[in-house]
Design a protein around this ligand. Structure first.
Ligand code: NAG
Ligand code: NAG
Ligand code: NAG
Ligand code: NAG
Length: 304
């Protein structure tokens, strides 16, 4: 009897110690990687700079890395338009892999096109592991229109429009213009599949890359925020991985009705059934969420 008690006591002690250890580790929030949107940069005090501060205040001690694509803020902004998306994703994979503070895993939050770029990071670069992927207005099925550009008056936006007028799938444009690399023409699905060098690849439109699926399914949560009054993203359904129906330029359909989901090219159906997909909305224009909404629905639930 005494021996049994002793054994039980030992087991109990070990269990408590183990639980305590896990709790202590859990307590420290995972670091967070931010990827800004088009026309923005890592460190703009009015956008990413402010977001970083808000998060640091809400989650004391958290390490937040706002990605700079290039050597300085000016390059970072221009690269959001003109540096091949695949190269950007490669650069970011290297940055993440070589940041000692991210080696035990991290959460990732992408704004607008940063959302689909970070999904490519999850699919292509599983080490260190991404825990939650939070896409704030990302265009996971691309765009079919360029209704408005941040800073309508900017020279870069005019340049983008001129290039898109030439044709997003013209190789000269496709190779140079980031926005052409996630241009998705529902009237020409075959051309999209054939010529899109970024989005068609990460969405497994052609080759069904099992590695992409396996890696994406490693996420704990894939959170997608859609802006219900979005005037910048066409169609806004793309922010929840929906799109225009093939052959239709104006009728949208949800992710769940797509072939990508039904044949589960990326594991999204399995993730959905496992409760890993989270669909949130903000009843505002693109990225115009209010901070208390952001704190309560995003930071407190998926970053803390
Ligand atoms: C864990 O978090 C709680 C509440 O935020 C805090 O009081 C406690 O000191 C933390 N423990 C460790 C080990 O960090
Ligand atoms: C699948 O994706 C992985 C990771 O990016 C890549 O290394 C591999 O070459 C891809 N396979 C195919 C068939 O495209
Ligand atoms: C557009 O930009 C030009 C050059 O920076 C500036 O002179 C002009 O005032 C701007 N127009 C508007 C409407 O902001
Ligand atoms: C922010 O959004 C919440 C919920 O959507 C709303 O109750 C609140 O009034 C908003 N705050 C501001 C300052 O707009």
């Amino acid at each position: 009897m005494a021996r049994t008690m002793e054994a039980l006591f030992v087991v109990l002690t070990v269990t408590i110690a183990a639980t305590y250890h896990v709790d202590a580790a859990k307590n420290a929030s995972l670091p967070l990687v931010l990827w800004h949107g088009m026309g923005d940069s890592c460190c703009n005090p009015l956008s990413m700079g402010n977001i970083k501060k808000v998060i640091e205040k809400r989650v004391p001690g958290i390490y937040v890395r706002s990605l700079m694509i290039g050597d300085n803020v000016a390059d970072d902004t221009i690269n959001g338009f003109l540096l091949n998306s695949n190269k950007q994703v490669d650069m970011v994979c290297k940055k993440i892999a070589s940041d000692p503070k991210l080696q035990n895993g991290y959460n990732a939050m992408g704004f607008s096109q940063g959302g689909q770029f970070l999904r490519a990071v999850a699919q292509r670069c599983p080490t260190p592991p991404m825990n939650n992927l939070i896409s704030i207005g990302g265009q996971h099925q691309g765009v079919y229109g360029f209704p408005r550009c941040p800073g309508d008056n900017s020279t870069l936006c005019d340049y983008v429009r001129k290039l898109l007028d030439l044709g997003a799938y013209v190789s000269f444009v496709q190779e140079r213009l980031v926005q052409a690399q996630y241009w998705h023409d529902p009237m020409n699905e075959d051309e999209y599949k054939k010529y899109s060098i970024f989005l068609a690849d990460i969405n497994n439109e052609n080759v069904k890359n099992q590695t992409y699926k396996t890696n994406l399914m490693k996420l704990n949560k894939f959170v997608m925020v859609k802006f219900l009054q979005d005037t910048m993203v066409d169609p806004k359904e793309s922010e929840w991985f929906g799109f225009y129906k093939p052959g239709e330029g104006n009728i949208a359909y949800p992710l769940q009705e797509s072939q990508l989901y039904q044949e589960d090219w990326l594991g999204l159906q399995k993730m959905d059934k496992a409760g890993k997909l989270v669909f949130l909305s903000s009843n505002t224009d693109h990225l115009q969420f209010n901070l208390s909404w952001f704190e309560q629905n995003i930071i407190d639930k998926y970053v803390k």
